[in-house]
Design a protein around this ligand. Structure first.
Ligand code: NAD
Ligand code: DAU
Length: 342
């Protein structure tokens, strides 16, 4: 049956991949993207989607209550998937305020609209960072949905605040919600402020590769398409009021990722530069995806060895996309964050 789906944050990394995934998987659905195009949103990413008659774009901030209500009146969505967020931990350490505004108050506005106009499902795209971190010397520990919320950065705190609000809207108002908490994604359209695309872009330009601390921090990497498939399953078949962890059992230390990128691009490891550590830097993330596997049959399909090759090829074949970004206001950001990092 045809459905109208609002995707917020669809001009960003995961949201855009989700837009393309949904247009392809559900050709009878109407996909409505709501994105205010912050530094992280990019219309060139959505250029192909804009040619599809089943896709519509609104340049609107999710904190703009009137604007959001008007979109709900026009589009009458059945499902809302909220990706829109400030997503970069380092930026949250520099300037927390906008993280609280968008990630918490924006979520509230989206859910108020869902209450006012009625909805089949409101889905909140959250993160494994709400669980804090795990120690490096306990590889037997994983995040389950029962792991207590214990955040480290303003970013993860804002995401955790939003998650609690979503669950409160379910309990208090009966809003049909679900939440997914995913590990680190990688793939096409990943903004070059994040580890993998930053290292690919710098290596291709023979620039230093800034590794925080000793590079021993561990992340659990998932190819972005596998995340999109998981969300599609949760919004259609996941239980209302539930949280689902999404992750690939693919833990890697940052330094190993950076060395792998050097090797794949034929660049010397001498480009690697150890710089001052991130404040409050989480040591290890590792998801236990048993619940989504046993309830919904989800498993990651792309192995890291294949996913990283596809990702590097994408950055090689789409230089204009990321070169345009890094030649704009990103240059000031880079100078501010890395200029005197030492
Ligand atoms: P991103 O920074 O690449 O994209 C965010 C998008 O949201 C951009 O298009 C931006 O313009 C838009 N946006 C920001 N503030 C907005 C506002 N106030 N109103 C409307 N649009 C706004 O982020 P991403 O990496 O694609 O992450 C998407 C979501 O997934 C976030 O909620 C993030 O917390 C979550 N998440 C990300 C990862 C990851 O590895 N990147 C992993 C788990 C969860
Ligand atoms: O776990 C999910 C989270 O993954 C998402 O919720 C966030 O939105 C997303 O940004 C990501 O957060 P991280 O902080 O893990 O990602 P980032 O790419 O910023 O950093 C990955 C690791 O690499 C982290 O340990 C810090 C390190 N790093 C990062 C950058 C940008 C470096 O060593 N050097 C760098 O220049």
């Amino acid at each position: 049956m045809s459905k109208n789906v609002i995707v917020t944050g669809g001009a960003g990394f995961i949201g855009a991949n989700f837009v393309y995934f949904m247009l392809n998987k559900h050709p009878d659905y109407k996909i409505v993207c709501v994105d205010c195009l912050t530094y992280a949103g990019n219309m060139s990413t959505l250029a192909d989607a804009m040619k599809n008659p089943n896709f519509k774009f609104y340049k609107t901030n999710i904190c703009d209550r009137e604007g959001i209500y008007e979109i709900f009146e026009n589009e009458k969505p059945d499902i809302v998937v909220n990706f829109a967020a400030e997503s970069h931990v380092d930026r949250s350490i520099e300037n927390p305020e906008v993280f609280l505004q968008t990630n918490i108050l924006g979520t509230q506005v989206m859910m108020d609209a869902c209450r006012k106009y009625g909805i089949e499902r409101y889905h909140q795209v959250s993160t494994d960072e709400v669980y804090g971190d795990l120690p490096l010397d306990r590889p037997d520990l994983f995040f389950t949905e029962e792991t207590p919320i214990h955040t480290s950065s303003p970013y993860s705190s804002s995401k955790a605040g939003a998650d609690l609000l979503v669950l409160a809207y379910h309990r208090t108002y009966g809003l049909p919600v679900s939440i997914s908490r995913c590990s680190n994604n990688y793939g096409p359209y990943h903004f070059p402020e994040k580890l993998i695309p930053l290292m690919i872009a710098n290596a291709l330009n023979d620039k230093p590769l800034p590794v925080y601390g000793k590079g021993e921090n561990i992340r659990d990497w998932l190819y972005v398409e596998d995340h999109c498939k998981a969300i599609d399953l949760v919004i259609h078949n996941g239980r209302v009021g539930e949280v689902y962890n999404i992750g690939g059992h693919n833990e890697m230390a940052n330094i190993d990722i950076v060395k792998l990128i050097c090797k794949k691009l034929g660049k010397p490891e001498s480009l690697i530069t150890y710089v001052a550590d991130r404040k409050g830097h989480d040591m290890r993330y590792a998801i236990d995806p048993t619940k989504i596997h046993s309830e919904l049959g989800w498993l990651p399909e792309t192995k890291f060895a294949d996913g990283i090759d596809k990702t590097i090829d994408w950055y090689l074949n789409n230089r204009e996309w990321w070169e345009t970004i890094i030649s704009g206001e990103y240059r000031d950001y880079y100078e501010k964050m890395y200029g005197n990092r030492g």
